[in-house]
Design a protein around this ligand. Structure first.
Ligand code: UT7
Length: 352
């Protein structure tokens, strides 16, 4: 079996920053509460031009450049998102054209904040089984478009962005070593955004007399917003992050002491700290950027990965644990061995 090595990485976050101080003007909250309960200081908001496609294209172009490949070499694009620009076609198909990846198969994958790690598992399988040689894996979300900015339970947490990696077939001992995917639909009601109803109407409909008949002729259309039971999601995430990360380490045939870096989903610093403790990793071996970006959903793990790779702190031979959780409720983890091919491209050029 061939290995699926990460040979390129890229990220994009929108320009507009929303600080905790600005949120203090919008809802009853404080910078002190947000920082102490979540670790978040600011987040990025997608401008109208920052569509899921546009953000994905920017992150993907970087990843392609770092990998030093031509877009025509890409066999498959897997784009993880729960905020696609259209219901059809997939944003991955639009991205294919945008990038000029004419040979690629393309599809979207929805697993909320676990989406990128799910997509990495899917992409790496196609390489390991010999079906494909080069796969672009993207995680992009613009969840702030579905946030009720009068709901302090959710509006402080989320930001927008995109991250991407190029996976390539390799015979070296590197790449995705293991995957763990999970879902428990019994927890679906704890974190959701309503979609179209059976009449094809977006969001929840309420009739003028408040009966909610779903009849388009008499009903008024409401915006659809994210709903979350933060405490339930918190309890679930603290348990599942550590458990699934350890399972991925076991499946890779490694021990906890073999792990060099934790690249976790950026939801809450307290959740990340709990996972790090389970893995026995000190804070300086855990990539954290939620202070700057908040929770970017499917983009959070690949944005961390891109930053970590660019920092030069990840060296060939190091073992990384990627772990995420989210709506579903869902969870996913992968162990990745950073390879020599993962330092070519941009980093190598910069280092001369
Ligand atoms: O990718 C997955 C996405 N979702 C998540 O990751 C969510 C996971 N959950 C969490 O991160 C945390 O549960 C939150 C950050 C959402 C909430 O933190 P918490 O420590 O669980 O707070 P809490 O909900 O138990 O609320 C504690 C208090 C309450 O006041 P009382 O009842 O003690 O007087 C809340 O009303 O804090 C209040 N509160 C706030 N105060 C100021 C809740 N939200 C805020 C706020 N600012 N934004």
């Amino acid at each position: 079996m061939r290995n699926a090595a990460i040979t390129g990485w890229g990220m994009y976050v929108p320009e507009q920053i929303l600080t905790n101080a600005e949120l203090e003007q919008m809802v009853e909250t404080s910078d002190e509460w947000i920082v102490s309960r979540t670790g978040i200081r600011e987040r990025r908001l997608a401008a109208p031009a920052d569509t899921t496609l546009a953000m994905s294209a920017r992150a993907s172009r970087q990843a392609i450049e770092v990998a030093g490949i031509d877009p025509s070499e890409i066999d498959l694009i897997v784009l993880a998102t729960v905020t696609p620009d259209k219901f059809m076609p997939s944003t991955a198909s639009l991205l294919q054209t945008e990038l000029g990846a004419h040979r690629a198969a393309a599809f979207d994958l929805a697993a909320a904040c676990s989406g990128f790690v799910y997509a990495l598992a899917v992409g790496s399988q196609f390489i390991q089984t010999g079906v494909h040689k080069t796969v672009l894996v993207v995680g992009t979300d613009a969840l702030t478009r579905f946030i009720d900015f009068t709901d302090r339970g959710t509006c402080i947490l989320f930001g927008d962005g995109s991250g991407a990696v190029v996976l390539q077939a390799s015979d070296a001992e590197e790449g995705v070593l293991s995957n763990v995917l999970g879902s428990d639909g019994r927890g679906a009601q704890h974190l959701y955004i309503d979609g179209f109803d059976s009449n094809g109407l977006y969001g929840r409909t309420i009739s003028s007399n408040g009966n909610g008949t779903g009849n388009a002729a008499v009903d008024e259309l409401q915006r659809t917003y994210m709903k979350m039971n933060g405490n339930e999601v918190y309890r679930f995430s603290v348990r599942v992050m550590g458990e699934t990360a350890i399972e991925a380490v076991n499946r890779a045939g490694l021990r906890l002491g073999d792990i060099d870096w934790l690249i976790p989903h950026q939801a809450n610093l307290r959740i990340i700290d709990a996972a790090a403790k389970r893995l026995d990793l000190p804070r300086d071996r855990v990539w954290v950027n939620l202070d700057r970006y908040g929770n970017t959903s499917a983009a959070s793990v690949p944005i961390c990965l891109a930053e970590a790779a660019e920092s030069g702190k990840i060296q060939p031979g190091m073992n990384l644990v990627l772990v995420a959780f989210g709506a579903g409720l869902s969870w996913a983890s992968s162990v990745v061995r950073w390879g020599a091919t993962g330092v070519r491209g941009k980093g190598t050029e910069r280092d001369g």
